[in-house]
Design a protein around this ligand. Structure first.
Ligand code: PAP
Length: 272
């Protein structure tokens, strides 16, 4: 549907990612940055709506995107690989922000999400099976390495404007990442804003601690019309780096590290 009908506005900014790489956090931050003149931390829709409800998906929220275009709200998100983006986006000059994360933590995060989504207890869902599927690139949006390489090549070979943000780096130095993000998407912070704590307030509002403890994200539903669909709490698990160490055997570590060396050598990307 999006492939045929979607027409981006020149000011649109696409938030692109493979599932479980930090999309929810990036969407919250980008939304808070773009809407900061309209809302502060006590009135932001982020306090009552899952970030996925604030920034529509290209895959399924075309009507909301159209309405947003009328109000000049620029953010659109997608898990589509670069090769599956509508031609109208690929041939546009629109900016893209791409978030990526250590592959091992993505696998663990994906494993938990799918188990909860399918209402299977972790005891009945062997991690090894999830690992093997991921290792073979079996997922609805293709393999993780092809996904990131698609965007990487588009930025290096086609000169598409893409900001790459790494989840772990964002956690380590959130203020710098937020400033880079704001500048890139065309909403830079003024000196006055920097001096009056606007950046810190945005970071605090979008933090895992804050968002995961909001009533809407603890007990709400992403699709109130479909109570059988994902509950908001599924988007907030632990947000912990190196959680994979609890799950990976030495053999899995060796296999995935070898694969990443093969796939990403010479790119400068590190997903291990
Ligand atoms: P999605 O693709 O389904 O939207 P996505 O948001 O990309 O998922 O990834 C979810 C991960 O981000 C979860 O990681 P975990 O399973 O290792 O815990 C989730 O906890 C984490 N996450 C969600 N919100 C935040 C946040 N505000 N700050 C940091 N990490 C977050």
């Amino acid at each position: 549907m999006a492939q045929k009908t979607f027409r981006p506005q020149p000011s649109d900014v696409f938030i692109c990612s493979y599932p479980k790489t930090g999309t929810t956090w990036l969407k919250a931050l980008a939304f808070a940055i773009v809407t900061r003149e309209k809302f502060d931390e006590s009135s932001s829709p982020l306090l009552t709506t899952l970030p996925h409800g604030c920034v529509p998906y290209l895959e399924k929220d075309l009507k909301q995107i159209e309405e947003n275009h009328n109000t000049h709200f620029p953010l659109v998100s997608t898990h589509f690989p670069y090769t599956a983006l509508p031609r109208s986006i690929v041939s546009s000059n629109c900016k893209i922000v791409y978030i990526y994360r250590n592959i091992k933590d993505v696998i663990v995060s994906y494993y938990h999400y799918i188990a909860k989504y399918c209402k299977v207890s972790v005891e009945d869902a062997p991690f090894e099976e999830a690992f093997n599927e991921f290792y073979q690139g079996i997922s609805w949006c293709g393999s993780y390495w092809d996904h990131i390489l698609g965007y990487w090549q588009a930025s290096h070979e086609d000169g598409h404007k893409i900001l790459f943000l790494k989840y772990e780096d964002m956690k380590q130095d959130t203020p710098s990442s937020v400033k880079r993000l704001a500048e890139f998407i065309g909403y830079p912070f003024s000196n006055e804003e920097e001096n009056t704590g606007v950046i810190e307030n945005i970071i605090k509002m979008c933090s895992f601690e804050n968002l995961s403890n909001l009533e809407v994200n603890k007990n709400g539903h992403h699709r109130p019309d479909r109570p059988d669909m994902v509950e908001n709490r599924l988007f907030f698990r632990k947000a912990k780096d190196d959680d994979w160490k609890e799950y990976f055997t030495d053999e899995m570590i060796e296999k995935i590290d070898k694969l990443m060396d093969q796939k990403l050598s010479g790119t400068g990307l590190i997903l291990k």
